[in-house]
Ligand binder design. Sequence first.
Ligand code: SF4
Length: 219
Amino acid sequence: MFDKKTILLDLYSRLYKAFSPRHWWPGDSPFEVAVGAILTQNTAWRNVKKAVSNLKAKGLLSPHALYHLPVEDLEMVIRPAGYYNIKATRLKHFVHFLFQESAGDLARLLSEDVHTLRTKLLSINGIGPETADSILLYAGNKPTFVVDAYTVRILFRHNLIPEETPYDEVQSLFMDCLEPDAPMFNEYHALLVHVGNTFCLKTNPKCTECPARGWNNDE
Ligand code: SF4
């Protein structure tokens, strides 16, 4: 019987050997990463890429440009990302928050302490824990662990957590056991995403090909 730290490090080691480095999150700037984190909710990454490309092509991928763009115009540009009216409103909320907090300067905002900033991000309408943590970790290089549906599915299927475990409890499992290491958290989440969308499918998981097979004494 191993402790949870050993179990989590064992999974990381298996996945790292098989797939690293993942070079996640793709983006030319922290602002692009933050925009991607908001657009990726409930959609495939390929659709987010199209929406981000549209923003870039039109010279709109900056806090200043998005701040001044009417929400109806933003909806049309990010349409490929799906739920475009909701996501346009969320992006506007985020950008307004950015101007309110740091005059539109994301680097200045991200220089704040992680706990304070997380609380502030969660206060923005439409920004939930996964999006807030993605912004903190991947745009801000802050040591916070990102939990997504793949993380829960993999841990559940290997008998580490119940299926309906809340976000904060799953996050605490990682953050209480592992050192606060942003590059490692970055890589670990990226590896779980890769396993989730390649092997640990919702139906018919491909266990025989998966490097997590046998992890946590699971056969
Ligand atoms: S595909 Fe199978 S072995 Fe891989 S993480 Fe999912 S349940 Fe585990």
